[in-house]
Design a protein around this ligand. Structure first.
Ligand code: UGA
Length: 437
């Protein structure tokens, strides 16, 4: 089937290549010529395991363009443009609105427009009214992929959610999307058919639940810090209860990235618009707990080092999570910036994210106080403290004795609770975890 995917960021680019992998003829469209240039040459514009290979295998069925006119003739058009956070915390819908306006002239009767972007509830109904005069139909099919597992999550999702209208057009839309996803459905992937509002809410509810789980365990870390309890053991113990589960109960410097933080804020803003802000007031606490985590590392360093001025701090990690070069709302990078502003000299290291981080450091005017070095051992040289801010395997697997010989002062702050604390203590380090005192 001929398919277009509008928006070739993380979501759209991976979706386009994955649809080609399912055997479809796919055109990816984006307004950014640099991104399209890179994808056209088969080069991923971001770090994502398995994505370059997917582009290469499917090159014959995959093309990319900045011209919306190439969408004409596709039967299914996926909308995968970004929905960033606006300055008041709500969702900035400018890219979605523009993409739909640009697509409308090329839609033909019988086409299907499938929304995948994360949007405020009520959006699909509004867009369906714009699309329907063309004879095309709109449905909403939220995406649940995780960065670092994007290819796997797209080709083998936990579930598919179809948000459709309750009429013949909805039935036809379901049949057409079933054709698109035939290979995935053949593997007994659960498929839920719901109305527009439910489909939109499934996405933000899932991300809110995940964010709440992380902030819950981080709140326990705060309690553990003043009581001498160990939050990792606590998470292991409560996680054995299948109703709670162990996943997403890792305490640390909290959640970041392009999704969880902005999705909970956008959800709160939408609930307030709808007059039901009280229902989601707890998400403000979730956000507050999360932002407090970022300050915790600095508090520990100030206490342990007696101030930060003139201190040399090695920060291991810049990306918001491992296996990604994404620094959007990264707790690690926030920590680097606030330590530098407090007078420390930072040598920060990340296997993938030093390039994008350099741009943000320069833009923040912190180039003098922050040096970036992809080699984390070099970064540790002469350090007064090491901070682990992203749990890359190369950091957790590091030999503490090797590092002990490089640093000036043996203090390690494990912002992701990912180090073997006993081994670091045996190597002479003063070890400070998050709620693991
Ligand atoms: C998140 C969701 O997990 C996906 O299901 C969703 O599709 C995606 O957002 C999206 O909306 O597009 P992602 O942003 O890739 O995926 O990252 P996560 O794996 O959810 O991690 C988010 C943050 O939480 C990271 O900073 C991570 O370090 C942190 N985290 C995660 C913790 O602090 N503790 C945990 O136990 C788990």
């Amino acid at each position: 089937m001929k398919i277009s995917v509008i928006g070739c960021g993380y979501l759209g680019a991976v979706h386009a290549a994955s649809m080609a992998e399912l055997g479809h003829e796919v055109t990816g469209i984006d307004v950014d010529p640099v991104r399209i240039g890179s994808l056209s040459q088969g080069v991923a514009p971001f770090h994502e395991p398995g994505f370059n290979a997917l582009l290469a295998t499917n090159a014959a069925r995959l093309s990319f363009s900045t011209d919306m006119a190439v969408a004409q003739g596709s039967r299914v058009h996926f909308l995968a443009v970004g929905t960033p956070q606006a300055s008041n915390g709500s969702v900035d819908m400018a890219y979605v609105n523009q993409a739909v306006a640009d697509l409308l002239p090329y839609l033909e009767a019988g086409d299907l427009v499938v929304g995948k972007s994360t949007v405020p509830v009520g959006t699909a109904e509004r867009l369906a009214a714009l699309v329907s005069p063309t004879g095309a139909t709109l449905m909403w099919n939220p995406e649940f992929l995780r960065e670092g597992f994007a290819v796997q999550d797209t080709l083998a999702p936990d579930r598919l959610v179809y948000g459709v209208s309750d009429d013949e057009a909805g039935t036809a839309a379901t049949a057409l999307l079933d054709e698109v996803y035939a290979t995935i459905l053949a593997k007994d992937t659960p498929r839920l058919i719901v109305n527009f509002a439910t489909a939109e809410l499934v996405k933000v509810a899932a991300n809110s639940f995940l964010a709440t789980k992380i902030s819950f365990i981080n709140a326990m870390a705060e309690i553990a810090d003043v009581t001498g309890a160990n939050v990792t053991q606590l998470a292991d113990a409560i996680g054995h209860d299948a109703r709670i589960g162990r996943r997403f109960l890792n305490a640390g410097i909290g959640f970041g990235g392009g999704c969880l933080p902005k999705d909970i804020r956008g959800f709160v803003a939408r609930a307030e618009e709808l007059g039901v802000g009280d229902a989601l007031s707890f998400l403000k606490d979730v956000d507050d707990i999360n932002m407090r985590r970022r300050r915790r590392v600095q508090e520990i360093l100030e206490t342990e080092l007696g101030g930060l001025a003139g201190k040399r701090i090695a920060v291991w990690g810049l990306a918001f999570k491992p296996d990604s070069d994404d620094i959007r709302d990264s707790p690690a990078l926030d920590i680097v910036e606030s330590l530098a502003r407090a007078g420390a000299h930072i040598v920060a290291s990340d296997p993938e994210a030093t390039l994008p981080a350099q741009k943000r450091i320069d833009a923040a005017g912190l180039g003098e106080s922050v040096t970036l070095n992809p080699d984390h051992r070099e970064a540790a040289q002469g350090a007064d403290a090491i901070v682990v801010a992203t749990e890359w395997d190369c950091f957790s697997a590091e030999d503490p004795d090797t590092i002990a010989a490089l640093v000036r002062n043996k203090l390690v702050v494990d912002g992701r609770n990912c180090l073997a604390d006993d081994a670091w203590k045996r190597a002479g380090f003063s070890y400070r975890g998050m709620g693991r005192s």
